[in-house]
Design a binder for this molecule. Structure first.
Ligand code: JEE
Length: 277
């Protein structure tokens, strides 16, 4: 997979040299190119921003440098044999970046990232490139960053770990919380390792029992507890068919009940007061 990033802060992308993404690069599974947008400015001050039409606070990134940068990066990529690019533009007003989109992007051969600063990029840039390739305007969460670079690192890491051979078999993605079918979309409960006692704290005895059925049940109960506490929306979204009798017992203890009017039938909802941590 080829990745291009165009930014006014190339140093911000240094983390792409380390850890999982860095190793995937070293192994030749990822071909990463970071470009300084200011290389496509032609005035003394390397201007990339201007005042917004219609007024208002802040500055907007200009069409000129972005258009010239993206044209050059695309031409160079095609020249090098890359094909079928997709443009990723992080923005607070983007579509939520999810595991589903990470999987979709991991199946593409060439991702081109356009992290902005200021109030974002002149709309015409996205409109122009959308006539030539898929353009994904994405948001990594409901908080406001100062620019898109951190989002590029997030998206890149989520995508890179899905590439064949990057993770290794030991840590396969089949069980990822947000992968379809994994624990039916529940969060994972707590995990433990040696030593068996630390500062007087021991390991839940079920995990030491060697009884695989009881361990699986315990993990599932903890997942239901954790999801109820932190992401009740995920429980509500679960297909009720995914819950067995023991799940239903635990859900009831946690304050959930099946909604006879729910769509589909039996979807879970929560009484006024549950048992959050
Ligand atoms: C890209 C510039 C900063 C700040 C104005 C903010 C007014 C842009 N999940 C995510 N949060 N933030 C980003 C992100 C932020 C960015 C850029 C991504 C480029 N900025 C910026 C303020 C504003 N609006 C929301 O309320 C309305 C615009 C991001 C991602 N991905």
């Amino acid at each position: 997979m080829r990745l291009d990033v165009v930014t006014i802060f190339p140093e911000y992308l240094e983390p792409l040299n380390v850890s999982l993404v860095g190793k995937a690069r070293a192994r030749g599974q990822l071909d990463v190119h970071v470009h300084d947008l200011r290389g496509w400015t032609y005035d003394r001050h390397n201007t990339v921003d201007d005042t917004p039409y219609g007024g208002g606070p802040g500055m907007v990134m200009k069409t000129g440098p972005w258009g010239d940068a993206l044209d050059t990066v695309l031409a160079d990529g095609y020249e090098a044999g890359a094909r079928s690019p997709a443009l990723i533009v992080p923005t607070p007003s983007g579509r939520p970046f999810t595991q589903e989109l990470a999987v979709e992007l991991s199946e593409r051969p060439w991702l081109l990232f356009a992290p902005a600063r200021y109030e974002g990029i002149d709309r015409r840039v996205m409109d122009e490139y959308a006539t030539r390739m898929p353009v994904h305007e994405v948001s990594i969460g409901d908080y406001v960053l100062a620019g898109g670079e951190a989002a590029v690192l997030v998206v890149t890491e989520a995508v890179a770990r899905l590439l064949p051979g990057v993770l290794g078999n030991a840590e396969s993605h089949r069980d990822d919380s947000f992968a379809p079918g994994a624990m039916a979309g529940l969060l994972e409960g707590p995990v433990y390792t040696k030593p068996p006692v630390w500062r007087g704290r021991d390991i839940p005895e079920t995990l030491l029992s060697g009884h695989h059925g009881r361990i699986a049940r315990w993990r599932r109960d903890e997942a239901l507890r954790r999801t109820t506490a932190h992401r009740p929306d995920l429980v509500e979204r679960c297909d009720p068919e995914a819950f067995d009798k023991k799940d239903r017992e635990m859900l009831s203890i946690l304050g959930w009940e099946p909604d006879p009017e729910g769509e589909p039938y039996g979807r879970f909802w929560r009484r006024a007061d549950g048992m959050e941590e």
